[in-house]
Design a protein around this ligand. Structure first.
Ligand code: IFM
Length: 443
């Protein structure tokens, strides 16, 4: 399939020397071995009937905990420079938990794959709560422990994964763990995660670590029409998804009006913002698709597997005329160029070098030509952003393996490698061979 960002089959343009190519996963989605760690909020959530569409849990998932050597061999075969995985806080709290990451990091280093751990990817220990400010301090303590153990071999760190989605899906809409439907009362969860990020940056630096970033989810927001009401609703959504999580970090301030809604009010969060804006070495962006937003329509909205309540001050509309993934997400490669050039224009010198820490799509099948077309189009779109002067240093595909896709269970397959959840056999898909060849051609 040809996309307007390029044609699969023609060579992908050359990226600069030193550009980092990788793949991503997260602990809860692949590790399994749930009985060998303390409980996370996701264990409690998935145990509740109806929370996960296929009724599944991540108790076994891909059993990566026991099969990590096989998975590292898959990474080596793919030829990636780096592997982004996450460290499970509940596992680190459990006997032998850190030993696992020690072994994984050793195995990666021996295979010539650089480990890039994310320190929080949604699997909060069940006894903690992001509504509590103290969780940020607990996070920094945990980060110090992990850095103390792995810091001799890990040179690049990611503090948090997608605090926006964790706030929105987990605490505002209740479709992810811990399942709260607080709508705008979920804002303290955003603030406490951002504070946790800043404290973690300080803890990592104190442990001698450099090269620190975050993986934030971002996308262009398209107004449903040029009508003022649609444009205003789109701007508001842009604040919630993009600016609320970028600006405290990059500018040391909340978008206008939001500081007042945070715990302690605008004056109360001022000193926290100094911590949150602790400089990072690079900025990670997870990109999947743009969102088209219009004025509220007074009815529930079904969108990408979500049901959004009618009382929200915006409505999410379909992007028409585009292919969609199995998840129903539109395939819009040029949205990545738009996002990156838009960020560069908006934040200028304040934007550090960027890494795309996630990009990918869910499709069934081993002959996954649709995934190849998606990745091909997005890698070309990324190259266009580079050519337009955006300082992008790396790109990670989501995901190495098919895995537990949160509230969707095992129904959505994002992997370059197929996993048979009955036998746990891994089978590289056509996209694995394609990405391997792309990487070879870049060497
Ligand atoms: O699987 C998720 C991942 O955990 C966070 N980013 C989006 C992916 C696809 O939904």
């Amino acid at each position: 399939m040809a996309t307007d960002a390029g044609t699969p089959g023609t060579a992908i343009p050359r990226f600069p020397d030193g550009f980092l190519w990788g793949v991503s996963t997260s602990a809860h989605q692949i590790e399994g071995a749930a009985d060998e760690r303390e409980a996370s909020v996701w264990d409690a959530f998935t145990a509740e009937p109806g929370r996960v569409k296929d009724g599944s849990t991540a108790a076994v998932a891909c059993d990566h905990y026991h099969r990590y050597r096989e998975d590292v061999a898959l990474l080596a075969g793919l030829g990636v420079d780096a592997y982004r995985f996450s460290v499970s806080w509940p596992r680190v709290n459990s006997p032998g938990g850190l030993d696992f990451y020690d072994r994984l990091v050793d195995e990666l280093c021996a295979a010539g794959v650089r480990p890039v751990p994310t320190l929080f990817h949604w699997d909060l220990p069940a006894r903690l709560d992001w509504l509590e400010r103290d969780t940020a301090a607990r996070f920094a303590e945990y980060v110090s422990v992990v850095a103390g153990r792995l810091g001799d071999r890990v040179t690049r760190w990611i503090t948090l994964n997608e605090p926006a989605e964790h706030t929105l899906l987990g605490h505002a809409l209740g479709v992810h763990a811990p399942g709260r439907q607080l709508l705008f009362d979920a804002l303290p969860v955003a603030h406490h995660q951002l504070l946790a990020h800043g404290l973690a940056v300080r803890a990592l630096r104190a442990a001698g670590a450099g090269d620190i970033g975050i993986a934030n989810s971002h996308g262009p927001i398209w107004p449903a029409s040029p009508e003022q009401a649609d444009v205003e609703a789109a701007d508001f959504y842009d604040v919630l998804l993009n600016r609320l999580f970028a600006e405290p970090l990059l500018l040391g301030e909340y978008p206008s009006g939001l500081g007042e809604l945070m715990p302690g009010g605008a004056a109360g969060v001022e000193s926290d913002l100094e911590i949150i804006a602790e400089p990072v070495d690079w900025y990670g962006i997870n990109y999947y698709a743009p969102t088209r937003v219009g004025a509220p329509q007074g009815t529930e909205i079904r969108f990408g597997g979500l049901t959004l309540p009618a009382e929200l001050p915006f409505s999410v509309r379909e992007i028409e005329g585009r292919p969609v993934t199995d998840f129903g997400w539109p395939v819009v490669p040029e949205g990545l160029t738009e996002l990156l050039t838009g960020f560069r224009d908006r934040y200028g010198e304040r934007l550090p070098p960027v890494f795309i820490t996630e990009n990918g799509c869910s499709y069934e099948g081993l002959e996954d030509q649709d995934r190849i077309a998606y990745l091909d189009g997005h890698i070309r779109a990324l190259h266009r952003a580079l050519a337009a002067g955006v300082d992008v240093r790396g790109y990670f595909v989501w995901s190495l393996l098919d895995n537990f896709e949160w509230a969707e269970g095992y129904a959505r397959r994002f992997g370059l490698v197929h996993v048979d959840y009955r036998t746990l056999v891994r089978t590289p898909k056509a996209s694995y061979a394609w990405f391997r060849d792309v990487l070879r051609a870049q060497r």
